[in-house]
Design a protein around this ligand. Sequence first.
Ligand code: ZN
Length: 453
Amino acid sequence: MTERKRRRKRIGLILALAVLLGIGGVFAVKTLQLRRLPEWMRQTQLENHQVGTMRRIVRVRKNQAIAVAYPHLDHTEIDRQIEAAVQAQIQAFERENQGIQQFSALYADYESCDLNGVGASVQISFERRGAVNGKTAQSWTFDLKKDRALGFLDLFSEAGLKHLVFLTEQRMEAGMTEEAAAAAEQLLRQNRAQLYLSEEEVRVLFPPSTLQEQEDEVQARIPMEKMIGYLDEQTRHQLGLQAQGRIVDPNRPMVALTYDDGPNRQVTPRILDALKEVEGAATFFVLGSRAVNHQDLLQRMVEEGSEIGNHTFGHVDLTRQNASQILDQLDACWQVMEEMGLTIPQRLLRPTFGAYNDFLRATAPYPLILWSVDTRDWAHQNVDRSVRMVQQTVQDGDIILMHDMYEQTAEASEQIIRWLSDQGFQLVTVSELFEARGILLKQGEIYRCAYPS
Ligand code: ZN
């Protein structure tokens, strides 16, 4: 070995040692910093880290702690955006706690989701304690190929934007004023609202006080199947998003079949079979007294995408009851479903005999669902008459009334379901129908149909 080579080797060794010491030193400082953090800030909690490598900023001072985790995606512009958002949060936090004696903390954790290798979603959740307490989040959906964030209109149609506003409103307890709904649409259009997309859901984030004054951040979590119909075919394919189960296409005609007075062991399964064949669903306004002995049928309804509504416990005329009697009848019916462990996301009432008055409307805490097509199946019990009634009158947005208690209704339903499907109608639940038409169901209101506007 020449002297030169030996020297080079020695320098190499020293350098390697220095690097190791450096890394070790940084690591030691980081570990020390981590150990000085309050217990609850030491670890990240969220497990969904599909994309990127975790970066952490940890700073501990006498009465202040910062522990922020965020992903590094190895894409210049994307990472610049994420880091800028993180720094902005840290600076705002430091500003608001300047000169304050009490302990203050900023903690952040994140979720990141892979979208078929071509896209990624990131949501960072921040928690602040100190001068200001609260939680906020920041999210993005990125196009990895183009190294940029995607906007709402890059992904959804105009109708999709409106539907996102509607679904957000549906999830807000107090609802939205007309002005707030218009503002929400603008926020989506200008990408001032934020988007997190995964296989299962669409999350829309409206930053604090952008929707209504004095309001916290609004975060709507919407199941993907409710929005996938508003993504164009190509986007859907590129991002590897698939409909999980039945989806309602808002652009195709639809009707809601409804069945009262069941379930019935001989009739209801035949209707469910027919619906299954065309990937359709219906709404069954059951009687609590009958539901009790048909747990398997109710379970099947829910599993196959149909909806269960309330038709009272014992088929009493609600217009002849006092308030507590009305509520007893309705509660007793829901209770049967609760005891079966069924979740009923939207509670609907079909008043017995279609009878209602102002008192019932004011008392029943649910939307009242009537109908626009009456087969009168219970009166004539004639298969052809029921089928003809639907064929001659049905239109997009109708609610059809039948009763799953007669053999003839089972047979008529088999024909009607097949015929409607052949005519291009989607068979949807009452909730799906109004949702697709952007109509918010309100307690005490009467609904008969949802014709396209
Ligand atoms: Zn009835």
